[in-house]
Design a binder for this molecule. Structure first.
Ligand code: NAD
Ligand code: UGA
Length: 459
C-alpha cells in the first residue's frame, strides 16, 4: 500500500480508537493503524472487550479489525510506514509549574512530535486531533523541522467534536469537519489530502477549511460555549428553586426561540467529562497570557458556576435530611459523567461522593458501565463506600437515592419495590431530572428535583 494511503494514529483513547474505527470503516482504500504506549490498552483494543464502552463501537471494530484497522504498540514502525499521522494523545490540565491548574500539559504531545522526528524517514502530514492551545501547531512545526534528515512536514489542525455516548453517530454524521492548515502551497495541498479522507462519507459543504489558528481556537470556543449554556441554565435552576418557577418550563420556553435553540439547556447536578473544564481553563489561561483578564474572568465563571451547582446539590441533601447524613446509607445511581459511557473523568458523581463521604455518609454506588472506573476514582478516598451492580440491592436500607447519571435503565426501575426496601422517610434527589417526580411522591418518597419545587411529605 502506498504511504499516502497509510494512516497512523498515535493515542488509542476515547478519540483515537473510535475516530480511526470510523475512518477505517468508511475508507476501504486506506490502511489505518492505531498506536499507543499503553500495552494493556492496545491488548484490549485487540480483544473482545474493548477498553472503552461506546454504543456501536464493538460492531464497527469487529468488522474492520485485522483487515484495514490495526492496533499496535510499535510506534516506531507505525511512524516509518505512514504518510499521514493523526496525534490524539491526552492533553490534560497542567498540575505543576507555570500555568498549573489552567494551561494544557503538552508533555505527551511533545513526546509524539519527538518520536516522529526520530523515526520518520520521509515527508509526512501530521494532524492535531487532540485539543490544543492556540499556536500549538506552530510549536509542533518547529519541533518537526528540527530534524537533521532534511525532511519536511505539514501540520494540520483537525479537532474532534464528537461527544461520548454518541461518538460513532457524531463521527458518521458530523455537523461539520474542521480542517485548519498553513497558508502555503504545501499546507493547502495537505489540507486537500485530509479533506479527501473525510469526503468518503461527509458531504463537501460540511467540510470546513480554515487557517490553522482559527481551527485550534474554534475547538476551545465550541466547548466553552456548550458548557456556558449548561452553566447558564444551572444558575437559573438555583433561582427557580427559590421562586417556584420550573427550570424545565423555563428551558423549553427560552429554547423555543429559534435564535437560542433547545439543545444543551438541560439543568443538572453539573457538567462533567474530561474536556469542558480543561478546555475552558485552557482558554482562560490563553486570555490571561494575552493580557485579557476581563475575558479570562468571564469564561472562568462558567467553571465556578459548575462547582457551585455540585456543592449546592450536596448542601441541599444534607439540609433536607435533617442536617446530617453521618452514618446514613445513601444510594448513588450513576457514576459515569453522562449516560451511555463508562467514562467517569471529572464526573460530578466523584465530587458529590467525596463531599458526602466528608459528611460521613455511607455510600452504595451502582452504574451499568462505570463501576471499574468508579473504583479507581475513589481508590484513595477514606470512608465507607461499596460498589453494587444491582440497583435494588444498592438502594436496600438506604435513606436516600441520588440520580447522578441519566441512564435510561434507572427510569425503568420499580420504585415501589425500592421504596419498600428503604429506611423511612425515604428521599430521592434527582440530579438529572430523570424520573417522574409526581409518581415518586405518590409512592411515598420525598422528592428533590433540580430547579423546581420539591415534593415532600415532611411537615
Ligand atoms: P485518552 O486519555 O483516552 O487517550 C489518550 C491516549 O494517548 C492514551 O491511551 C495514552 O496512553 C496515549 N499516549 C499518551 N502519550 C503517548 C505517546 N507519547 N505515545 C503514544 N501514545 C500516547 O484521551 P482522549 O479522551 O482520547 O482525548 C485525547 C485528546 O482528544 C485530548 O486532547 C482531548 O481533549 C481531545 N478530545 C477528547 C474528546 C472526548 O470525548 N474524550 C472529544 C474531543 C476531543
Ligand atoms: C463534549 C462536547 O459536546 C463535544 O462536542 C466535544 O467534542 C467533547 O466535549 C470534547 O471535546 O471532549 P462530552 O463531554 O463527551 O462532549 O459530552 P456532552 O454531551 O457535551 O456532555 C458533557 C457534560 O454536560 C455531561 O456531564 C452532561 O451530562 C452535561 N450536560 C449536557 C448537561 O448537564 N446538560 C445538558 O443540557 C447537556
Amino acid at each position: 500500500m502506498k504511504k499516502d494511503k497509510n494512516i497512523l494514529c498515535i493515542g488509542a483513547g476515547y478519540v483515537g480508537g473510535p475516530t480511526m474505527a470510523v475512518i477505517a470503516s468508511k475508507c476501504p482504500d486506506y490502511k489505518v493503524t492505531v498506536a499507543d504506549i499503553d500495552e494493556k490498552r492496545i491488548n484490549a483494543w485487540n480483544s473482545d472487550k474493548l477498553p472503552i464502552y461506546e454504543p456501536g463501537l464493538s460492531e464497527l471494530v469487529r468488522n474492520v479489525r485485522g483487515k484495514r484497522l490495526f492496533f499496535t504498540t510499535d510506534i516506531a514502525k507505525g511512524i516509518k510506514d505512514a504518510g499521514i499521522i493523526f496525534v490524539s494523545v491526552n492533553t490534560p490540565t497542567k498540575t505543576f509549574g507555570e500555568g498549573a491548574g489552567k494551561a494544557a500539559d503538552l508533555q505527551y504531545w511533545e513526546k509524539t512530535a519527538r518520536a516522529i522526528v526520530e523515526h520518520a524517514e520521509d515527508n509526512k502530514i501530521v494532524i492535531e486531533k487532540s485539543t490544543l492551545p492556540l499556536r500549538a501547531a506552530e510549536a509542533m512545526h518547529r519541533i518537526l523541522h528540527s530534524n537533521t534528515k532534511g525532511l519536511d512536514f505539514d501540520v494540520i489542525s483537525n479537532p474532534e467534536f464528537m461527544a461520548e455516548g454518541t461518538a460513532i453517530d457524531d463521527m458518521q454524521n458530523p455537523d461539520r469537519v474542521l480542517i485548519g492548515g498553513m497558508e502555503t502551497a504545501s499546507g493547502r495541498k495537505a489540507v486537500e489530502r485530509i479533506v479527501e479522507i473525510y469526503a468518503h462519507w461527509v458531504p463537501r459543504e460540511r467540510i470546513l477549511s480554515t487557517n490553522v489558528w482559527s481551527s485550534e481556537l474554534s475547538k476551545l470556543v465550541a466547548n466553552a460555549m456548550l458548557a456556558q449554556r449548561i452553566s447558564s441554565i444551572n444558575s437559573i435552576s438555583a433561582l427557580c428553586e427559590k421562586t417556584d418557577a420550573n427550570i424545565n418550563e423555563v428551558a423549553k420556553a427560552v429554547g423555543m426561540d429559534s435564535r437560542i435553540g433547545p439543545k444543551f439547556l438541560k439543568a443538572s447536578v453539573g457538567f462533567g467529562g474530561s474536556c469542558f473544564k480543561k478546555d475552558i481553563l485552557n482558554l482562560v489561561y490563553l486570555c490571561e497570557y494575552y493580557g485579557l483578564p476581563e475575558v479570562a474572568a468571564y469564561w472562568e465563571e462558567v467553571v465556578k458556576i459548575n462547582d457551585f451547582q455540585e456543592r449546592r446539590f450536596v448542601k441541599n441533601i444534607v439540609k433536607n435530611m435533617f442536617n446530617t447524613v453521618a452514618g446514613k446509607k445513601i444510594a448513588v445511581f450513576g457514576f459515569a459523567f453522562k449516560a451511555d459511557t463508562g467514562d467517569t473523568r471529572e464526573s460530578p458523581a466523584i465530587y458529590v461522593s467525596r463531599m458526602l463521604l466528608d459528611e460521613k455518609a455511607e455510600l452504595a454506588i451502582c452504574d451499568p458501565e462505570a463501576l471499574d472506573n468508579a473504583k479507581r476514582d475513589l481508590a484513595d478516598d477514606k470512608g465507607k463506600f461499596e460498589f453494587v451492580n444491582d440497583p435494588y440491592k444498592c438502594a436496600r436500607n438506604s435513606h436516600a437515592v441520588l440520580i447522578l447519571t441519566e441512564w435510561s435503565e434507572f427510569r425503568k426501575l420499580d420504585y415501589r419495590k425500592i421504596y419498600a426496601s428503604m429506611e423511612k422517610p425515604a428521599f430521592i434527589f434527582d440530579g438529572r431530572n430523570l424520573l417522574d417526580h409526581k409518581e415518586l411522591f405518590k409512592i411515598g418518597f420525598n422528592v428533590f428535583p433540580i430547579g423546581s419545587t420539591k415534593f415532600t411529605h415532611l411537615k
